[in-house]
Design a protein around this ligand. Structure first.
Ligand SMILES: [Mg+2]
Length: 476
């Protein structure tokens, strides 16, 4: 470490360490450094940017191109501003032993972490952890997840060259006591939420899942249970069939967009056959918006419940539950948007009475961290007892608590007074229906996970198969 400080004697050091990757904003960072030298000539000869880029995917052509672009940008800046005694940028494209990197962290006056998109961002945390009692300033991209845990960092927008240059100047001129105060606060927070804590939470969830899989087979609807259900159905004169859509009748598709999720012709025919039996009342109870359900089940005389019960369509007319959720929604939407821009693969789905953050396409480690962060931030932002934040299958959802599938299911039960009821669903919102109709209904959970349903079917195909069998039951 001492050799490092001797080597760069009297010079302020700005450090960046990253994998060579487009998402790291390396070119943007170089633009900002050039702008910094242009705008603040007093720092020329007194600052050095040390850029350590760790090789990654060197076989891929585009990364070769990125490497070339970086090297050209570095030589341009060094050529334009460098003197006999001073080279502004030291660029090192190599894997360095971790101990050396830690030594660099410890000596650096400023760490620059500027990804355009990123996950946990270990570099930021390693820099803070390496500082012990030393001063230092962290410049951290607002696109990273780490920014929530490290609010004492100077947050930057890596796309805004000018403001990054200004932040570099601010970091280099910040007084030592202020630097130490910020470092201490960040270190304290990092200690309380370590990788171990994260790991423990993650393993806990994993075990819960494994546990529920163990129970899995006991409930499986087969053999005599299945025959009992088929019998009861055949004997009944008024039947209510309540079906969730996604994950129950239709396999999940990667995107929540409507086009891919629409029912197949086969599924529509199956529903139609059930509806055509005059003893049956069929209701699709879904989290989907009413527009999608209307379109998908057009021409089939089925009761539709949209948005988890916010809207219902009996006898061809939509009506809705009263709520002032739209104003809350306006306030919360920017929070979800922030998490979409920061999380590659995440999407927002907006409905009249709910906001959903989907993370099916996000890498699991990142999804785990972000979902937790988002949930915490939402709970913090909501000051209304009537609004709930829910965790579902690869989603975080915000919606009024009075609106639930459970309430919709009891309403259906009250209206039709059936002597046979089947309720099928796959996620936590369906559990409300299972609970409401626990006594009178045959409840079926589709897929793994804890449930209060009486039976389980493993897949959407098995669920469709059961409905096929029911639709072909002969009159008794
Ligand atoms: Mg579902």
């Amino acid at each position: 470490m001492s050799s490092l400080s001797q080597h760069y004697k009297g010079m302020k050091l700005i450090l960046s360490v990253d994998r060579l990757d487009y998402t790291k904003g390396i070119i943007e960072r170089l633009d900002a450094f050039k702008c910094f030298l242009d705008t603040y000539p007093k720092w020329r000869g007194k600052v050095k940017l040390i850029m350590v880029a760790v090789p990654s995917r060197t076989d891929v052509g585009t990364y070769q191109q990125l490497r070339d672009r970086i090297e050209q940008a570095v030589s341009r800046i060094n050529g334009e501003f460098g003197t006999v005694d001073w080279t502004p940028i030291s660029y090192q494209f190599q894997n360095r032993p971790f101990a050396e990197v830690v030594a660099l962290y410890a000596s650096a006056d400023v760490a620059l972490v500027t990804p355009i998109r990123d996950g946990m961002n270990l570099v930021a945390k390693e820099y803070v952890a390496s500082k012990q009692n030393r001063p230092g300033v962290l410049l951290l991209s607002e696109m990273t997840g780490a920014i929530d845990e490290l609010p004492e960092a100077l947050s930057i927008n890596p796309h805004n060259t000018r403001s990054v240059a200004e932040s570099m100047n601010e970091a280099l001129t910040m007084n030592k006591r202020e630097q130490q105060r910020r470092m201490r606060d960040m270190q304290r927070r990092l200690k309380s939420y370590t990788v171990q804590t994260w790991g423990r939470e993650f393993m806990g969830d994993l075990e819960a899942t494994a546990h529920s899989r163990g129970k899995h087979y006991r409930k499986h609807m087969k053999g005599e249970h299945r025959n009992e259900v088929l019998d009861a159905y055949a004997k009944a004169t008024s039947r209510l069939i309540i079906l969730d859509y996604d994950g129950t009748l239709k396999d999940f598709v990667a995107s929540p967009r409507a086009l891919l999720a629409k029912p197949s012709l086969k599924l529509r025919r199956l529903i139609k056959r059930l509806v055509d039996d005059e003893r049956n009342h069929v209701a699709i109870v879904s989290g989907r918006p009413k527009k999608a359900l209307d379109k998908w089940f057009k021409g089939i005389d089925v009761t539709l419940i949209a948005e988890h019960g916010a809207w219902s369509k009996y006898d061809g007319k939509w009506s809705r539950v009263e709520s002032d959720f739209p104003s809350t929604k306006k306030k919360l939407k920017p929070i979800l948007e922030k998490y979409v821009s920061r999380t590659a693969g995440a999407e927002i789905e907006e409905k009249d009475y709910s906001l959903v953050w989907h993370y099916r396409n996000v890498t699991p480690e990142l999804a785990y961290v972000r979902a937790g962060e988002l949930k915490r931030e939402l709970i913090h932002a909501i000051d209304d007892d009537e609004i709930g934040v829910y965790t579902g299958d690869k989603i975080i959802e915000v919606k009024p608590i009075e609106i639930s599938k459970g309430a919709a299911a009891s309403e259906l039960d009250a209206i039709y007074e059936p002597d046979f009821t089947l309720v099928a669903g796959d996620d936590y919102t369906d559990e409300d229906m299972f609970r409401e109709l626990a006594h009178q209904a045959v409840t079926v959970k589709v897929g793994p996970g804890h449930t209060r349903a009486r039976y389980r079917l493993n897949t959407v195909a098995e669920m469709n198969q059961l409905l096929e069998e029911l639709s072909r039951q002969k009159n008794n």
